[in-house]
Every structure is written in C-alpha cells, then in structure tokens.
Design a protein. Sequence first.
Length: 148
Amino acid sequence: MKTAPAIILPLALAAATAAEPAPAPAQPAQQAEARAISPAENHIRAGIVITAKVLDVLSKIQDRDTAEAAVAPLMRLGEELTLWAKAAATLPQLSDLERMEMEDRYMPVIKRVNDRIKSQGERIAAAEFYGSRNLPAALVHIVQATAQ
C-alpha cells in the first residue's frame, strides 16, 4: 500500500462544541473576543488542533522504531477525529454568511496543515512505512476517521 493520508476538515459544518477549550487570552480585548467565539468556531479550532497533532506524530517518523511508536498515538487521534466528526452533526446549521466567514478565516490554516500531512504521508509511503506492519493500518484508520 502506497497511499498517503490526507486529512480534510469539513467546513460545511453543522458545528460542535470544542473537545479542547481554546487557550485563555492574556489581554482583555482578546477575552471579549474569546467569549464571542461560537460553538461552530470552537469545533473547527478543535479539529485543527487534532490534525496538527496528527502532523506532529507523522513528522517524527524517521525509522522503524519511530514508525512503530507512532501507531498508538495515530490510533488515538483517529478516535478523536471520529468523535469530532460525530459531534459536528449535533450542532446547529450555520448560515451561509457564517460558513463563508469561517471558511475565509480557517481554510488557509486547514489547507496548510493538510498539505503538510499529505507531504509527510508521501514521505512515509515512499520509505515503505519504514518497515512497519502496523503503521499502514493506523494511517488507514486516520483516513477513515476523516471520511465520516
């Protein structure tokens, strides 16, 4: 198997509350903005955080040992992505304007993370998964989690 994983965060969101709260802002103006963040936006941010964690795990794979060590974290992140996708279905529908604003705000970040994940996946696939038998299954798990 020589396919590279690509993680796509759906921005057609039905949005959900964040699995992880956003870090507390340091300044009062930022605090007012943080209170104004919608559940949908928090959900998108949480998805970006999860995919950034996937990228971090993939970028550390350099040999067979690191490939095997990445399997468990990737499986956990796949489960987080599954829960994240399911949570989106429980949120209220976004208006067209809200959706467009969030796409404008977050799509560049999502695209950048996805491109880096794709690049790492291609690198790992080209290295034949560094001889790991379990890594391809973990990567398939990640891709399946994002396809929901």
